[in-house]
Write a protein that binds this ligand. Sequence first.
Ligand code: GLC
Ligand code: GLC
Length: 646
Amino acid sequence: MTLAARLGGAALEQAARDRLGPAEADAFLARLDQLSFDITEPLEQVYGAAAGDGGSLIAGLIMDALDAAARRPAALRMLDRRREIDPAWFQRSRMIGYVCYADRFAGSLAGLRGRLDYLAELGVSYLHLMPLLRPRAGDSDGGYAVTDYDAVDPRLGTMAELEELAADLHARGMALCIDLVLNHTAAEHPWARQAQAGDPACKDMYLIYPDRAGPDEYERTLPEVFPDNAPGSFTEVPGLGWVWTTFHRYQWDLNWASPSVLRAMLGVMLTLANRGVDVLRLDAAPFLWKRKGTDCQNQPEAHLIVQALRALTRLAAPGLLLKAEAIVGPDQLVQYVGGHDRYRPECDLAYDNQLMVMLWSTLATRDARLAGHALSRRRPVPPATAWVTYVRCHDDIGWAVTDTDAAAVGLDGYAHRRFLSEFYAGRFPGSFARGALFQDNPATGDARISGTAAALCGIEAALGAGDRAGLAAAVRRLVSLYAVAFSFGGIPLIYMGDELGIRNDHSWSRDPAQAGDNRWMHRPRMDWAAAARRHDPSALEGQVFGALAALSRARRGLLALRSGGQTEVIPTGHRSVLAFRRAHPRSAPFLSLTNFSDTAVTVDAEVIARAGLNQARLVHGTEPGTALWADRVQLPAWGFAWLAGR
Ligand code: GLC
Ligand code: GLC
């Protein structure tokens, strides 16, 4: 029996035909049929009897999806059709991402529409805009405390302008990604306000405890996300009790055990999809489900909920993708793209946090063995999904290096993580980095790092010291990190400003809204005067921009860099060289070699042979200095080479 039949049979089919017309109804019902297991299985596991045939939860969710399908604009249905025909649309090598704050980049959404040529120059086909839905007034954790999911932050523009921007992007073959904060709302969201006013239905949407007994029990095993400026995970709200607040006191965690939260958030997702959003970044996805005696991250129910959300949104908006923001340990990561005991479709995309951490670790140690070991032992990403590969983002860098991986290459995990923090804070003797410690926790010894990529790579220090050779080396470090992100497999993401080598923004500490949070040092405003030098090869900006644009052009022509293929780390016999091979069933293999050292290295032909490249040719590399001879490849200091077989 089909799900449509189980859930109302002829009545649902009739409703679909009435609302959608015969052709769209047929497509909707076919999707329902195909997704039925992905909808029912997780929901029955999380919500039990309430979800099942007898309960009305699933039927209600499907009717919500049907409503959204009926409202979906014709232009977006056409995009859906194309993406259903070509489900690998986001896996192509032409996918290149850019992430920015609309206001910091272009003033507003309207301003952004005037900057798309700039993005096109970099080959961007995927634009991620940082939180833009209406936040609370005052401090909002950079927009991650939302009071209205159906309105744009008035400082940025309107929902109509967001729709216009999406249409402009689509006309250029670009996709739009925005943040969806689904773990918590602002304390000023109407649900939270009504909860405070005593409305029992709204109280049930949050996690509220009458006294400290529950919170104390949870806190025995709960790590703190912001030990410095937001200690603890609960906040006392007069008249209400203790409210679960994982992040800041004004960010109230939602109670995902309540079906009304699920239903409300599905509604939000479907509405945003109908505005033209192509990708939803699911903020803090690992935190959705809490369980006593655990760290309340990565719980099975959090995965099941995301799986159900994916299947349900597909009914109405099959072109929509979900991207997990799961900054978790290496062993927990692949599950967010569905890599469980079997493939359970979950997010289509997830941040490759581990690759990012390994890049910075390798840059500091000039030794690629830890990266090689850790990256080669992980489970491959499911073929229908992709990583988002990146060098920097708006958050701090947390050292996701396991003790086991460290020990395998003779390092002590704790000491190595501590070294990385010291190195990037610029405290380690000889360090070229100019970052800062974030949430240094003396109780656990944990610390994370803030700072722009340019500051962490040495550009800031070299400019400050007027050191020309140091600057050239620093630029190469930055470009080589990006060369890995562009070739490792997945969608590479350029963090705004990195393409121009923008340094730390030191004004944050003077702004009362930012002073408590040094992540603002790496969230600078776009410097359009610097951008104007992007075509000048003698300027820093011209060198970095030119190199990133060249990576983007080279990548687009390489079938092996499509997602869906495999990445395999190849040993080279050189400590400082990270080598990996990309293979895609439809292309000749590809080999990337990156030298994390301040002296040149020659890699011999045996390595190329081991990677299975026949008649290898050099497709791209650091200019000048990279060369391929019959029996060896020369990599300059901090340089890289991309080779392709025939
Ligand atoms: C995410 C964001 C981070 C924010 C947190 C709470 O992880 O990336 O900036 O502080 O969620 O919403
Ligand atoms: C931690 C959390 C992540 C959050 C970040 C904020 O890494 O795991 O979700 O965004 O802290 O800086």
